[in-house]
Write a protein that binds this ligand. Structure first.
Ligand SMILES: [Zn+2]
Length: 300
């Protein structure tokens, strides 16, 4: 363990042989400072070798991650029904973060998720890709995100009584096709909106809009100049040169326990990722570590 209790304080060992107390079983622990291993506390009596049955050796990777969070939140003992475990991180908002460096059994995954998700706590897994997904590569693909569609209809029809292009374009039948109001705007007689490339077939959506607009016109103004109106509807589309990265996971081998994790899974140290990036497996997204930490700390 990284922290023990000494004079009522949570402390890391300063020298080999230093004495303190285990925060779980309250027995004596002794400081271990070796150049080849991470500084840690060990139980003095070997039979108590670790009172946390989920004990795993601390790695440099653990330390680096834990150090990104406030000290009070690192290695926190959680007790449920007289059973205690040390969470790598327990934040004040009840978020538990487990940094998993070595493979674990599927049964263990279930046990830990059950334990840590109790009492409004919420568990997040961060896996070390270097040790758990060494052959996996994240491939980044640039995707053109949006297509801009503009529809223009005649501004005026002197022969039609009360004709209003806005009235047609603001009709709820059109709103229904373009549910996200933030992505559209009407200027004079032109409606423009964005949609994601993969959402629909462009020609299909253009036809749909055209038919709806004709139906609205007919409903509001009847057959007068209807054919002329039809001819003057213009629908154009063009790609927006805005790209985002879509990750694709290339797996040669894969550890089955990862797929059994029901809590959100993030993977660090995957080939194809930058140093400051994490792969968010559950959502197939790449997130910066900075953002991950900020989101965790501000999670409600
Ligand atoms: Zn103990």
């Amino acid at each position: 363990m990284r922290y023990a209790i000494k004079e009522n304080k949570k402390v890391e060992p300063q020298f080999s042989g230093e004495r303190a107390f285990c925060p779980i079983c309250k027995n004596k622990v002794v400081g271990k400072i070796y150049s080849i291993r991470i500084n840690h506390w060990a139980h003095l009596v070997k039979s108590e070798s670790d009172c946390d049955s989920w004990y795993e050796p601390i790695t440099e990777w653990h330390l680096n991650w834990q150090n990104l969070f406030p000290e009070e939140n690192r290695e926190v003992t959680i007790t449920e029904n007289n059973i205690s475990h040390r969470a790598d991180i327990l934040l004040n908002n009840e978020l538990v973060i487990e940094f998993q460096n070595s493979p674990i059994k599927i049964r263990e995954v279930e046990r830990r998720e059950t334990f840590y998700n109790k009492n409004n706590r919420k568990l997040i897994w961060v896996l070390n890709g270097k040790s758990l997904a060494e052959s996996v590569i994240v491939e980044k693909e640039n995707v053109i995100s949006d297509i801009l569609v503009s529809i223009s209809i005649p501004k005026s029809f002197p022969l039609v009584k009360n004709y209003s292009s806005r009235r047609i374009l603001k009709h709820k039948l059109i709103g229904f096709l373009n549910a996200d109001k933030k992505r559209s705007e009407i200027k004079e007689n032109i409606l423009t909106f964005k949609y994601t490339k993969e959402e629909f077939e462009i020609e299909h959506i253009k036809d749909q809009y055209k038919n709806h607009i004709i139906a609205i016109y007919k409903d509001l103004y009847g057959e007068i100049e209807l054919n002329e109106f039809k001819k003057l509807i213009k629908i154009e589309d063009h790609l927006i040169e805005e790209t985002f990265i879509k990750p694709r996971l290339k797996r040669l081998t894969w550890r089955a326990f990862i797929d059994k994790m029901e809590s959100p899974v993030f993977i660090d140290n995957l080939k194809g990722l930058e140093e400051d990036e994490l792969y968010y497996l559950s959502e197939n997204k790449i997130i910066s570590k900075e953002k991950f930490i900020k989101k965790a700390l501000t999670y409600v």
